[in-house]
Design a protein around this ligand. Structure first.
Ligand code: ADP
Ligand code: MG
Length: 762
């Protein structure tokens, strides 16, 4: 059934070649007890290893049931070892971290036998060697003889046809040796047993065939066998270790070194802790910023002004470029370069026309809390003081924001507190807005005709103060081709055509209001502007100015059409604004407004498009990107510790591979594939990675509490740091991936180990 033909095997160490086997041919009977004798170094172990498929012959052939093994693949050899051969070694070679039963089960485990069958077979085998009572002990709790019995049980459990024993009694006393020999003889009744020994007496007492080797050559065979031709087909079951087996094997190994595993996991979790904490913080801060945005920034206006800078990717890139210091900065050559004007091609001129104004005034009032316009229209305003009349500078006059929904005009009430009087609702009503400290600019007070020698004024002194609005035809004196203002203020003030404005209320921006300017001033209603434009657009000065190509007030020549338009607007020809602020009701309505504006632009040519500036998103994209930048920098730092732990895991796994070399040899002898060995070590690193990931996340989760206390004390923000469960999961996976990555090379090294050499290590 088994035959070796002209086997040669030599070992090369450096330049020295040792011929361990020189052309050995032996044929074995299916059922005999063969003892191989010979002095040390004669090639006995080499022969046995070659028969067992642990080592490869250089030339010749090993024939099993008439089938040549010349073309055997690695997996053929693995299967052969697993289910045709049982090994018994001099030094027992049990896996120390598994108990007796598990050791015996191993070769069944490797070939994927179910747990129940496995256990039954292993117990049967243990019974056969008389160790049924010791099934749950660990190898180091047994005597040498008992350990060898376990090894015999392990060799028998898979019911192989061949048992190979390499000096099985070499480490035992004579009494125990006899017991072991009896046991092996018993086995040899229905199997082929090939036993290497240098104990001649035992060999002659028990074996029924003695083969002697010397210097790698066969010198004597007491009972040679002539191979009969039988060509029964040889079938071998494939072996395959399930990943779960690898996992439990590694888990049991790790169990024996809990302390070290914990320390390793802890050390490699530090990077995870760092990143988890940083992510928790930035996550929390982002939530906080978002909340702030929704709160505070939501009502920042969407601004449409005559000149806008296009904030597209291109122009942003150009802007960044101009701040960047690179290799071309600080040149040494004496050359001057042209700096391209950035504003030129990023500035867009918005032409705000009536069509657009009509369009935006039709926005659904559901989305807009108010609209405010800034116009060029000049208001000819005068007040009366004790010592004469004062012209009121238009820079102190502002329009109140107006609501799009007449029935729900809450935009002013929402943002201002009424301190006294009432809100202005008519064209002849104005209010005085004071700043947060109830202050009013001294120039404005002076222009309103108040005596500045006083420290303060009561509300009642201010209320009902009158301001006269003079129409153009009275304000300007017609000198044919140029106009000059009338300086007879008394006459102007008392003109019957004037509109008399009255301060009807005193208002102050609410503490949390967002759309009011902090400064003081006189605020009027939209209807006042309508009144002025209605009257002044037909005034003489406007009609005249339309005919002329120079500024009617200064005589200056117009260079561009729009300069003339500006003067006409100033004189009250139209009420087209130069700036529109649209105030959204909330964060979501802002998107609706932007969509509405985009719809307008859709059909327009590039130059007719009205570009808007979204103040809120400008601010938030700025704050968001700063947060992101900080987060990235911090994570980069923590990643260094991740790399360190990756390397550390690699080293630890490598040490583990060195420690478990013997185990690798044993597993390989029992038919484990290279892949299975890789799996065992990958399983080990996955366990460590999982531990370190879980540990890291748990510790980070705990550290979030003190971190929040520190943040609370520093900023007053409560409960900022929050761990996103998704981040936790991701970090767990990263931790496992990194440890596997670190252990990959050592695991490969392990799988490449020569089983014969692995078995030789102590
Ligand atoms: P035995 O078991 O009869 O004592 P071995 O089969 O172990 O002898 O060894 C036979 C010869 O081959 C010895 O000279 C030994 O030094 C040599 N040898 C065995 N294995 C190796 C190896 N892996 N590398 C180099 N030489 C080896
Ligand atoms: Mg030997």
């Amino acid at each position: 059934m088994l035959e070796i033909r002209n086997i040669k095997k030599s070992y090369k160490t450096g330049t020295f070649i040792q011929h361990a086997l020189k052309d050995v041919s032996i044929s074995f009977r299916p059922n005999e007890f063969v003892a191989i004798l010979g002095p040390s170094g004669s090639g006995k172990t080499t022969l046995l290893n070659i028969i067992g498929g642990l080592d490869r012959y250089d030339s010749g052939d090993l024939v099993i049931n008439g089938k040549s093994t010349k073309k055997f693949s690695d997996s053929n050899w693995d299967s052969y070892r697993n289910n045709c051969v049982g090994f018994i070694f001099q030094s027992y070679n049990l896996i120390n971290h598994l108990n007796i039963l598990e050791n015996v089960e191993m070769s069944l485990t490797l070939s994927g036998v179910s747990k129940k069958v496995r256990k039954q077979k292993a117990l049967d085998a243990l019974k056969q060697v008389g160790l049924i009572d010791h099934a749950y002990k660990k190898p180091n709790q047994l005597s040498g003889g008992q350990m060898q019995r376990v090894a015999i049980a392990r060799a028998l459990v898979n019911e192989p046809d061949i048992i190979l024993a390499d000096e099985p009694t070499g480490a035992l006393d004579s009494t125990t040796s006899v017991q072991i020999m009896e046991l092996i003889k018993e086995i040899a009744k229905d199997k082929l047993v090939i036993m290497v020994t240098h104990n001649k007496e035992l060999a002659y007492d028990y074996a029924n065939r003695i083969i002697e080797l010397k210097d790698g050559e066969l010198i004597n065979d007491t009972n040679p066998h002539e191979q009969s031709k039988n060509n029964q087909e040889y079938k071998i079951r494939k072996t395959a270790m399930s990943f779960f087996t690898a996992l439990s094997l590694s888990f049991k190994n790790i169990e024996t070194k809990k302390g070290r595993t914990f320390l390793t996991a802890f050390a490699s979790s530090i990077g995870i802790i760092g990143i988890a904490l940083i992510l928790s913080l930035s996550n929390g801060f982002n939530i906080e910023v978002e909340k702030f945005e929704k709160d505070a920034l939501s009502s920042l206006p969407i601004m449409i002004s005559e000149q806008t800078v296009e904030m597209d990717e291109d122009s942003l890139a150009k802007m960044r470029d101009s701040f960047k210091i690179d290799n071309n900065s600080y040149p040494s050559e004496e050359v001057i370069y042209i700096q391209k004007d950035m504003v030129e091609d990023t500035t867009h001129t918005n032409i705000i026309n009536q069509e657009f104004i009509d369009y935006i005034e039709k926005i659904n009032p559901k989305y807009v809390s108010g609209i405010s316009y800034m116009r060029l229209v000049s208001i000819n305003a005068l007040s009366k003081a004790k010592d004469g009349y004062k012209i009121i500078d238009n820079s102190y006059l502002t329009t109140l924001p107006k609501s799009l929904d007449e029935k729900q005009n809450d935009v002013v009430e929402d943002n201002y507190d009424l301190l006294k009087g009432k809100f202005a609702t008519n064209k002849d009503e104005v209010v005085l807005a004071v700043d947060s400290k109830n202050r009013v600019n001294e120039k404005l007070l002076e222009m309103l005709g108040f005596d500045l020698s006083k420290d303060n004024f009561t509300f009642d002194e201010i209320l009902n103060k009158e301001i006269k609005v003079v129409l153009n035809d009275d304000w300007y004196i017609d000198n044919n081709n140029y106009f000059i203002p009338n300086f007879n203020y008394e006459e102007l003030y008392n003109n019957k055509n004037n509109l008399t404005l009255k301060i009807v209320g005193i208002i102050r921006g609410k503490e949390d209001a967002k759309l009011v300017s902090a400064s003081s001033g006189i605020a009027y209603t939209e209807s006042l502007i309508d009144y002025i434009v209605e009257n002044n657009s037909k005034s003489k000065i406007v009609l005249k100015q339309k005919e002329l190509d120079y500024n009617i007030l200064t005589g200056e020549q117009f260079r561009e059409e729009k300069d003339k338009d500006a003067v006409l607007s100033y004189l009250g020809n139209d009420n087209l604004p130069i700036l529109v602020n649209i105030f959204p009701r909330n964060f979501d309505s802002k998107d609706e407004i932007i969509k509405y504006l985009d719809d307008y632009n859709e059909t327009k040519l590039e130059e007719d498009k009205l570009l808007y500036t979204d103040m809120a998103s400008l601010i938030s994209s700025l704050s968001g990107s700063i947060m992101d930048a900080i987060t990235i920098v911090l994570i980069a730092f923590s990643s260094i510790s991740l790399v360190v732990s990756c390397i550390m895991i690699g080293i630890i796994t490598y040490i583990s591979v060195l420690e478990r070399t013997k185990e690798i040899g044993i597993l390989r002898a029992m038919g484990a594939r290279r892949k299975d060995i890789t799996r065992v070590f990958n399983a080990e690193t996955i366990i460590i990675g999982l531990c370190s990931g879980l540990l890291g996340i748990t510790i980070a989760r705990i550290l979030v509490f003190p971190a929040n206390i520190i943040i609370y004390n520093a900023t007053g923000l409560d409960n900022v740091a929050k761990m996103n469960p998704l981040h936790a999961l991701l970090l767990l996976i990263i931790s496992m991936l990194l440890t596997v990555l670190g252990g990959l090379i050592p695991a490969k090294v392990a799988s490449r180990k020569n089983p014969v050499e692995a078995l030789r290590t102590e």
